[in-house]
Design a protein around this ligand. Sequence first.
Ligand code: PEP
Length: 251
Amino acid sequence: MRKLFIAGNWKMNKTISETVELVNSLKREVSDIEGVDIVICPGFTSLSEAADLVIDSNIGLGAQNVYWQEKGAFTGEVSPMMLKDAGCKYVIIGHSERRKYFGETNDTVLKKINAVQSVRLIPIVCVGETLEERDNKKTIEVIEKQLQDGFKGINEDNLEKIIIAYEPVWAIGTGKTATPEQAEEIHKFIRDWIQEKYSLDLSEEVRIIYGGSVKASNAKELMSQKNIDGALVGGASLESQLFVELIKNSL
Ligand code: PEP
């Protein structure tokens, strides 16, 4: 039985004091909620403050990006060990905004997965097609390539520790959500791909979450799909009440 996983990607939002306010409110509101892994991914500057606040709570902490080198002359980058040291358990890798604006590729995704797993951080790896790719009926081809290249050489033990986020690019921050059927079709494709390349057992273990304008009003329908195990949430994770309602509606 795969446990529901809901993560908030705060993107480039929230100062440290705003982080403190939001985390304190979330902590109060979700303290009694069970049966779901709840994770927040604030900006780098707020991570260690957030870590202190969530330490005694049912909220996990993740970062939004990482570099694959251990240390050295890489101005502006943050290493896996730095994230671990700041209190992170998770890290988002390959978000479409990183791919679009910062040159992230399937190859850098793979390097980052290997680097973070070497310090036992859990990667949340994003895949997804653009609108143009969907319109050109290339969705499956694109996702397959992202999986094939992004997970090249990752063994079964390590794939089990990865969370895969299917995020159609056209649905991120646009208010356009994939229909539950559209999302389920791709989630099933990903699970079948894992079964074919690895094993049936593994395909049943790996959590595949959906991202793209998830909100309280559509969470239930999306989460009730057989192969959707949770959500990666942008906009609706920035306000305590919206995020908590979304989580409750997903259970
Ligand atoms: C995201 O940032 O991963 C995302 C899904 O954003 P939104 O929920 O705002 O579409």
